[in-house]
Design a protein around this ligand. Structure first.
Ligand code: ADP
Length: 414
């Protein structure tokens, strides 16, 4: 087990800055996913921890040792890659034990380690199989067992599930979590798949354009994204965004307003360009939110395409008077909002609806810098929207009238 630290690590390839001034501290025994779009620097970061690439600047520590210039074999790391490079002419036992035999471990020790590793990845009884007699998932388990027998301080995994089919990938996620629990070893895991990162990690490190955007537990990245990039990247489908302005009584965009006291938004003033973010599950039709005490004013919309997913329906909404507005040549996204509703909903395409946002789930970002300003906003205090039992009248929806019911009730009432 070991802690991994990157101090001001930069990697340049001629004119490309693959990783820029990265500071990262991965705790002993932690499972951290490096996640981000293709080309954001995930693999380069991993390679610098592995010793396959040297940083242009900065240093890497594993435990108390500065490993920046050490070769991979002296770093106590074991790697598992996307391409499972098993020796085709060797059986499972020989594939798993190859590295140990190369290092001249004695037979007894090799057997002990292979038994334990094959037990952990559930390959018992398959040690004499050849790779071409195994499924993709089984071959990937051999590759993981080969890493386990090295008894490393740190596991480095670069998209190890990327070549597996969807069902197997989900299954292997659970296996990797179990493996982590069993081995209690630091794992750094590279993926571009945010769902993989959300389900497995203790913390997610979100990268974009070679820079660390946020490192936090999955739900913190989901509920309190530090900037527009993280807000848009984490969560599927993505958060809705609407550009607008901070005004004296809240947020105003072309298609809707949300009332609140702008002084509750730290670091922003009236007149600033701000972007409002709301996740699809935090948008409700008015008739479904009787218990939502934190509803915004209603927004007129027309339903466009419906996507039934089985456990929920994604409803694409067009805000305002859709047909006319689209003919005015607006950009496709500016008047769209995605809402998710329960599968039993009788919502139809091309239906006029009124929707509200859950203001406790509204995010505000500075449009220019992308930095988050607020996660959840309070109602506008004052005669039209007090904090008493009639609070919520500003929403004009009847939502929240005389009720303190928590948001979760509304959600179950979709
Ligand atoms: P990711 O793993 O997130 O897809 P990489 O770390 O592989 O991203 O790459 C980050 C950036 O560095 C990309 O722009 C990529 O083209 C560039 N890059 C990576 N390796 C090399 C290399 N050996 N030579 C030149 N550019 C590279």
């Amino acid at each position: 087990m070991a802690q991994v630290t990157l101090n001001h690590v930069t990697k340049r390839y001629e004119d490309v800055v693959a990783v820029n001034d990265m500071n990262l501290e991965i705790r002993d025994g932690e499972f951290v996913c490096l996640v981000g779009p293709s080309g954001c620097g995930k693999s380069t970061t991993m390679e610098m921890v592995a010793g396959l690439t040297k940083p242009s600047e900065g240093n890497v520590h594993i435990g108390d040792v500065d490993v920046t210039t050490l070769p991979p074999k002296d770093r106590g790391v074991a790697m598992v890659f996307q391409n499972i490079a098993l020796f085709p002419h060797m059986d499972v036992y020989d594939n798993i034990s190859f590295g140990l035999r190369l290092r001249k471990f004695d037979k007894e020790e090799i057997d002990r380690r292979v038994d334990r590793a094959s037990d952990i990845v559930q390959l018992e009884g398959m040690l004499d199989r050849m790779p071409d007699e195994m499924s993709g998932g089984q071959r990937q388990r051999v590759a993981i067992a080969r890493a386990i027998v090295r008894e490393p301080d740190v596991f480095l995994m670069d998209e190890p599930l990327a070549n597996l089919d969807a069902k197997l990938r989900v299954h292997m996620r659970t296996e990797l979590q179990r493996l982590h629990k069993e081995l209690d070893t630091t794992i750094i895991y590279v993926t571009h798949d945010q769902a993989e990162a959300m389900t497995m990690s203790d913390r997610i490190a979100v990268l974009d354009a070679g820079e660390l955007q946020q490192i936090d537990p999955p739900l913190v990245c989901y509920n309190e994204p530090e900037n527009l990039f993280v807000a848009g990247f984490i969560g599927s489908p993505s958060m809705n965004f609407a550009e607008g302005e901070l005004v004296a009584n809240g947020f105003e965009s072309e298609h809707f307003t949300v009332e609140f006291d702008p002084s509750q938004v730290p670091g922003a003033s009236v007149g600033d360009r701000v972007t409002l973010g709301i996740r699809p599950e935090d948008v409700f039709t008015v008739d479904r939110v009787q218990n939502l005490s934190s509803a915004t004013a209603s927004i007129d919309a027309t339903t466009d395409v419906l996507e039934p997913m089985g456990d929920e329906i994604f409803v694409y909404l067009v805000l305002g008077e859709s047909a006319e507005r689209s003919m005015e040549g607006e950009t496709a996204s500016s008047n769209q909002l995605l809402m998710s509703v329960n599968p039993d909903s009788d919502i139809q395409e091309d239906q006029d609806v009124e929707v509200v946002l859950d203001r406790s789930k509204v995010h505000l970002f500075d449009t220019a810098s992308g930095q988050a300003l607020a996660h959840g906003i309070e109602e506008l205090p004052g005669p039209s929207a007090g904090t008493g039992p009639d609070a919520g009248t500003s929403a004009g929806t009847g939502a929240g009238e005389g009720t303190e019911s928590p948001v979760t009730e509304a959600e179950s009432d979709r």
